[in-house]
Write a protein that binds this ligand. Structure first.
Ligand code: TMP
Length: 211
């Protein structure tokens, strides 16, 4: 069994409509039910300053920001979120569950948006540094199905409005990240029923906790 107070940084990633946020809440409740200290957070946002940037990024016209401006705003928020929330939580020995993180910038602004990986890589190294996730769950589903589900859910739609080709590049980008970093990433079939998805996600976390 796991030592109390050993931190774990878990990120949930993937395209639109994969059910990440629901699963993040359920995973948090289950782990808290075992008496563990869990910090549930999200990006863009997660700290007061970064949450103030969130509506600027997620609402309005699809072309409101250039991919470069979007990347810089994502990283400005991430810098604050890491310093204000993620690093303090890990330092006290908590499990951090973060609904999206740096892989989203590589997929959305990089592979799908056209920003060079070197540019994003420099920011990731400078801002994230050693605070890379221990485990990344990638919720995978066909973009047509994800966009259908996200449309039913409603809400902030700026990225959903970018067109099917963009969302196909996104899916391929997340799967590529999983292939390149297989020790950190677990791909989960998000078309399966929510209970099966939950059990798979929890098993992946338990495997890291037990390691
Ligand atoms: P959500 O719908 O999962 O809350 O995510 C909000 C949107 O922000 C989603 O469409 C993906 C996008 N996003 C990026 O484009 N780059 C990033 O770095 C992050 C964290 C999110």
């Amino acid at each position: 069994m796991r030592q109390a107070g050993r931190s774990l940084f878990v990120t949930l990633e993937g395209g639109e409509g994969g059910g990440k946020s629901t699963q993040a809440r359920r995973l948090t409740e289950t782990l808290r039910g075992r008496g563990l200290d869990v910090e549930l957070t999200r990006e863009p946002g997660g700290s007061p300053a970064a949450e103030a940037l969130r509506p600027l990024l997620l609402t309005g016209d699809a072309a409101r920001w250039s991919p470069q401006a979007e990347t810089l705003l994502m990283y400005a928020g991430r810098d604050d979120h890491l310093n204000a929330v993620i690093r303090p939580a890990l330092a006290r020995g908590a499990i951090v569950i973060c609904d999206r993180f740096a892989d989203s910038t590589e997929a959305y602004q990089g592979a799908a948006g056209g920003m060079p990986p070197e540019f994003i890589g420099v920011l990731r190294k400078a801002v994230v540094g050693a605070t890379e996730p221990d485990l990344t769950l990638i919720f995978d589903l066909p973009p047509e199905e994800g966009l259908r589900r996200a449309g039913l859910r409603g809400g902030e739609a700026r990225f959903e409005s970018k067109g099917i080709a963009y969302h196909r590049r996104l899916r391929a980008a997340f799967l590529d990240i999983a292939r390149r970093d297989a020790a950190r990433c677990v791909v989960i079939d998000a078309t399966l029923d929510p209970d099966t998805v939950f059990r798979t996600a929890l098993a992946a976390i338990d495997a890291k906790l037990g390691a």
